[in-house]
Ligand binder design. Structure first.
Ligand code: MTE
Ligand code: MO
Length: 202
């Protein structure tokens, strides 16, 4: 899918969402450091699967082609890492969580979402945040396929939260009635993780 494909909706003006562009304690960089705990999985789009389970009417497994058939969007947004660097003005292309919602048959009891990934990484967010904060399943960055070390073929990007709240190599969502901490959250990181409130740890 090209950035200029007519099927691709470009979402304008969402950068920093009306908040000060640089969150407190962050420094701008043009570099793109890689922050991965453990191995870097190698997953082809052919073998990639996406599973939805937990508080849903029925479990779903989507292939790559099935996932790519959902509405595609491009979001221009900034990337805030808890280790105090921020990248500005990247174009992320993929599927918004909110555009997946009608297809996941989520039960009313679901209030939290755990992302799961190849390699075992997890991170938890409130369902409200996933729906309302431009959370995207991204496969393309600045019109290029997302590099494997940055989560290719598919990662979650949470533009309004520190970026550990998005799993690289995502392969599933678990809908939950009760919250549960993900990988870094079990290790002392904050759960809402709002960069403008500097919710880093604790
Ligand atoms: N699967 C997986 N996703 C992950 C991580 C990880 O170790 N494994 N690290 C998280 C953290 S702590 C950060 S800061 C960002 C880093 O993304 P980047 O390597 O593309 O900069 O990915 C997040 N998603
Ligand atoms: Mo991180």
């Amino acid at each position: 899918m090209s950035l200029f494909d007519p099927k691709n909706r470009v979402v304008e003006g969402t950068n920093s969402f009306g908040k000060p562009k640089t969150p407190p304690g962050q420094v701008a960089t043009r570099k793109f450091p890689v922050l991965t705990f453990g191995e870097t999985p190698e997953i082809s789009t052919k073998e990639w699967r996406f599973r939805v389970w937990g508080e849903v009417e029925r479990e779903i497994v989507w292939t790559w082609d099935e996932f790519m058939a959902f509405p595609q969007s491009t979001l221009r947004a900034d990337f805030h890492c808890v280790t105090r660097w921020s990248r500005f003005n990247d174009d992320w292309t993929g599927v918004f969580f909110r555009d997946l919602m009608p297809h996941m048959h989520v039960k009313p009891a679901a209030k939290f979402v755990m992302q799961h990934a190849y390699g075992g990484y997890t991170t938890n967010n409130a369902l409200d945040i996933m729906i309302h904060e431009d959370v995207m399943f991204a496969h393309t960055l600045n019109a290029q396929p997302l590099a494997r070390e940055h989560g290719g073929p598919m990662r979650v990007f949470t533009p309004r939260r520190y970026v550990w709240k998005g799993a690289k190599w995502v392969n599933g969502l678990e809908f939950m009635a009760e919250d549960r901490p993900g990988f870094w959250e079990q290790n002392g990181y904050n759960t809402p993780a709002d960069p403008w409130k500097e919710e880093r740890f604790g």
